[in-house]
Write a protein that binds this ligand. Structure first.
Ligand code: NDP
Length: 411
């Protein structure tokens, strides 16, 4: 058994907490820490409300500023946590990682580190921050699994699965993320608006023809005809996993596609052109200084509040093309998740659910020794079979579509 410390108390942390509780016979004592301790307490209360604890055991809330490495290390020590699941904001990654390296606890996150002072991080994303700590992790024997949400995360395991079983020579990897659900609000982002908008305000990077290519947002569109969710419009966007996958498969084109409706694009374009997505402070006529992006965040719905009314499904997958036995081949490895099912099980919407279940599967594999790598890795560096096998039973089943048909993937 290994004690778990969850950092952050947002939408994804809610799912992580429920899934840790459902598996606390394998994991050990559970702890959750965030800036606002009341949010941690509310999450623990919802865990008990659903009767989610598999076996009786402690689940404690803590107040923490996760940008303070010393404070994180002290909490790891006090809780005797051996696994830290960082699902706080991406601004806290490096301080939490440093605390894990100091204390020897295993580290996990679901997004690259971001500098709040920068509008948008440019590639090579992992090499900008996290990979600089690879030697330190190795020297300390610390397991750090980067980007183990859904995308990045499960989609990286899907690419590796294609390499292991379906395609000999990979020529392209297209990650497709479609949310065909509806939250019923006039406008809302599905996760932190600040992070959501930051993802789309800068240059769009993709890895094609062996080099980084640059486009503008909503410049390159593609329509997909996908299982369950059908025909869907998507646009090429930059995303963490394009970097790590391009590093492993440098000869392949690696692109990320996100589904957007026309309404989202209209609202986003207006906000951006008005300057309301800027993180640079402006002065009002009254002399008050405000950050436009923070104001927009404050007036938009809290993404966690969307959960009760969210209906519909998500389809997220990895399309891998190349050659098998000298002939052209392609495979689409994917998952379908349902917003309502997620809410009924853990009280969250589907986007948080798909991001929050995978790090708990990874924590179980660390506790069991299967994924306890003793170094820093991205998900595609690890054997995907035990991970996807666990996820099949944890609410995120893998399906495969290729020339042989469309079927459940079993391991
Ligand atoms: P939320 O904004 O809902 O939650 C973030 C949490 O981080 C909040 O509880 C906040 O604390 C906490 N936090 C922020 N700063 C600090 C700090 N200095 N010290 C302690 N806690 C802090 O985000 P989500 O739950 O939606 O997302 C969490 C992470 O998951 C993000 O990094 C996001 O990018 C990532 N993500 C990954 C996905 C994937 O598939 N890979 C998909 C979706 C999200 P408080 O509320 O107490 O102020």
């Amino acid at each position: 058994k290994k004690n778990v410390l969850i950092i952050g108390a947002g939408g994804v942390a809610q799912v992580v907490a429920h899934k840790c509780a459902q598996n606390n016979d394998i994991l050990g004592d559970l702890h959750i820490a965030s800036r606002t301790v009341a949010k941690c307490e509310a999450i623990i209360a919802s865990v008990h409300e659903k009767g989610a604890m598999k076996v009786p055991g402690p689940f404690q809330a803590h107040g923490l500023d996760a940008t303070d490495t010393g404070a994180v290390a002290a909490l790891i020590g006090a809780t005797r946590a051996q696994i830290v699941i960082n699902v706080g904001s991406p601004f806290v990654n490096m301080s939490v990682l440093d605390a894990c390296i100091t204390t020897g606890a295993a580290y996990m996150d679901t997004a690259i580190h971001e500098d709040p002072a920068k509008i948008c991080e440019a590639p090579p994303w992992y090499a900008n921050y996290e990979w600089k700590k690879r030697d330190a992790c190795k020297a300390a024997g610390v397991t750090a699994i980067l980007g183990v949400g859904f995308d990045p995360g499960v989609v990286n395991a899907y690419a590796r699965l294609a390499e292991d079983r379906f395609i000999d020579k990979i020529t392209s990897i297209d990650i497709v993320d479609i949310n065909a659900g509806s939250h019923g609000r006039w406008f809302s982002t599905n996760f932190d608006p600040e992070i959501n908008f930051r993802e789309f305000t800068g240059t769009v990077y993709s890895w094609q023809k062996g080099a980084w290519q640059e486009n503008t947002m909503f410049e390159v569109g593609r329509e997909w005809d996908l299982p369950v969710v059908g025909k869907q419009k998507s646009y090429m966007t930059g995303h963490d996993e394009v970097h790590s996958l391009a590093n492993r498969y440098p000869d392949a084109d690696v692109r990320f596609w996100m589904g957007f409706g026309d309404h989202y694009i209209n609202v986003f374009t207006v906000l951006k052109n008005l300057g309301l997505l800027s993180e640079q402070p402006v002065k009002t006529a009254e002399g008050q200084e405000v950050i436009p992006l923070k104001v927009v965040k404050a007036v938009l719905p809290d993404p966690a509040s969307l959960a009760p009314d969210y209906t519909g499904k998500t389809c997220i997958g990895t399309l891998v093309k190349g050659e098998k036995d000298g002939k052209p081949a392609e495979v689409f490895v994917y998952n379908i998740a349902d917003h309502k099912d997620a809410f009924n099980e853990v009280g969250s919407q589907g986007i948080s659910y798909t991001a929050g279940v995978p790090p708990v599967a990874a924590a179980i594999l660390i506790a069991q020794g299967t994924w306890d790598a003793g170094r820093m890795v991205n998900v595609e560096d690890l054997d995907p079979a035990p991970f996807l096998d666990l996820l099949n039973g944890m609410g995120l089943p893998t399906r495969v579509k290729d020339a042989a048909g469309d079927r459940d993937m079993t391991f």
